[in-house]
Design a protein around this ligand. Structure first.
Ligand SMILES: NC(=O)c1ccc[n+]([C@@H]2O[C@H](COP(=O)([O-])OP(=O)(O)OC[C@H]3O[C@@H](n4cnc5c(N)ncnc54)[C@H](O)[C@@H]3O)[C@@H](O)[C@H]2O)c1
Length: 347
């Protein structure tokens, strides 16, 4: 049973036209979501199927940071189109896969979720710590597919291992074990010299970027193993895990992403015997809300000047790589860390 206000939220969210979440300015240590949400032990979910919101236990609360994704069309891969593809192209799809994308309420995660649907995902499950934006984005994504692809939103903070386990169990019960995890949830602190780095901020960032990758991979990996199912885990790291950014000081972020890369490699070695592949995507500077703040304008000019392609990556520039790593086209690839940075790391 769901409360009236919760159902109202689901109904509102099911309307594709919902917009206007507020955008909080990013600054070092700015809260990108409602921290009080962390530790939720129930795992409420909202499903969008057949054009309807199916259920919700969520009470939307305070305004949270957001940059809405634009509504456009997401074209699901049909059987007819799949059948007309050459074998090589078929291998590049993720037809009939169940996919979890974290941090997909907006930004790179949201775009990768869209791409996965166009590449054949049968179900799309979004985990994000921003409940208001997550519900709206799931509704929007479902509507963008012409209400053809179920999109389920779980208001999960990737620091909350208990909630993650419960959510993965619930997904597995409904759809079977997930085939693909793309872990894109992450935060950044920048322009903070190490000597004045607040200890709590450091712990919080490591907790989200590194521990969150571990909690997510462990929960999804265990579900894949229990079902004896091959799977692909894609961890979104950063070029900052391999280089030191200039000019901003951001030792904690860089350390967290280096940890993600080494964690991904270690996991790839451990889980190859279960037919579970683990790879990292390491983006360069991307044009997302994470960087979309006036305070970074001057630095962006420097970033561009240091990038051979002389631009930031577009928000959908990871899509092809994410689908490739999720698909069987990359079946001999595990433990890789793929830089996708417009050439930034060449210099
Ligand atoms: N934007 C860039 O330039 C860039 C470069 C390299 C790597 N990355 C990485 O790509 C990933 C996505 O970045 P983005 O630019 O799309 O950022 P974004 O801020 O636009 O989106 C991040 C999403 O993650 C969610 N999130 C934050 N903390 C969470 C938590 N604890 N639990 C669950 N969800 C949480 C947010 O609500 C948001 O929806 C991050 O891991 C980031 O470090 C980004």
């Amino acid at each position: 049973m769901f409360s009236r206000s919760a159902l109202r939220v689901a109904r509102i969210a099911a309307r594709p036209s919902v917009t206007k979440a507020t955008r909080a300015p990013f600054s070092a240590g700015a809260k990108l979501w409602n921290a009080e949400f962390v530790g939720e032990k129930e795992v409420p979910a909202v499903s969008f199927e057949g054009g309807e919101a199916q259920r919700s236990t969520l009470i939307v609360d305070k305004a949270s940071s957001s940059k809405r994704n634009t509504v456009d069309t997401v074209v699901p891969l049909t059987q007819e189109v799949y059948d007309s593809m050459t074998p090589s192209l078929q291998k590049m799809t993720i037809k009939d896969k169940t996919v979890i994308v974290t941090g997909a309420a907006r930004g790179l995660g949201n775009m990768m979720a869209r791409a996965c649907i166009e590449a054949g995902a049968k179900n799309m499950i979004i985990f994000d710590a921003n409940p208001e934006l997550g519900i709206a984005s799931a509704a929007e994504l479902h509507a963008a597919t012409g209400s053809k692809i179920p999109v389920e939103f779980y208001p999960i903070d990737v620091r909350d291992a208990v909630a993650i386990d419960q959510a993965v169990a619930s997904i597995t019960e409904k759809y079977g074990a997930p085939d693909v995890l793309i872990n894109s949830a992450g935060i950044a602190d920048s322009n903070i010299p190490c000597e004045i780095y607040d200890h709590e901020m450091w712990r919080r960032l490591i907790d989200i970027n590194l521990n969150g990758s571990f909690f997510m991979a462990q929960a999804v990996g265990k579900a894949m193993m229990a079902a004896n199912k091959p799977g692909s885990i894609v961890l979104v790291a950063s070029m900052s895990g391999s280089i030191v950014n200039y000019p901003q000081e951001q030792s904690c972020y860089n350390a967290s992403k280096a940890g993600v890369i080494q964690f991904g490699k270690s996991l790839a070695a451990e889980w190859a015997k279960y037919n579970i592949r683990v790879n990292c995507i390491s983006p360069g500077y991307m044009d997302t809300a994470l960087n979309n703040v006036p305070a970074l304008d001057a630095q962006k000019k420097i970033w561009k000047s240091m990038t051979p392609q002389a631009r930031l990556g577009a928000v959908n520039d990871l899509n092809g790589l994410a689908v490739f790593l999720a698909s069987d086209a990359s079946s001999f690839m595990t433990g890789s860390n793929v830089l996708i940075d417009g050439g930034y790391t060449l210099y």
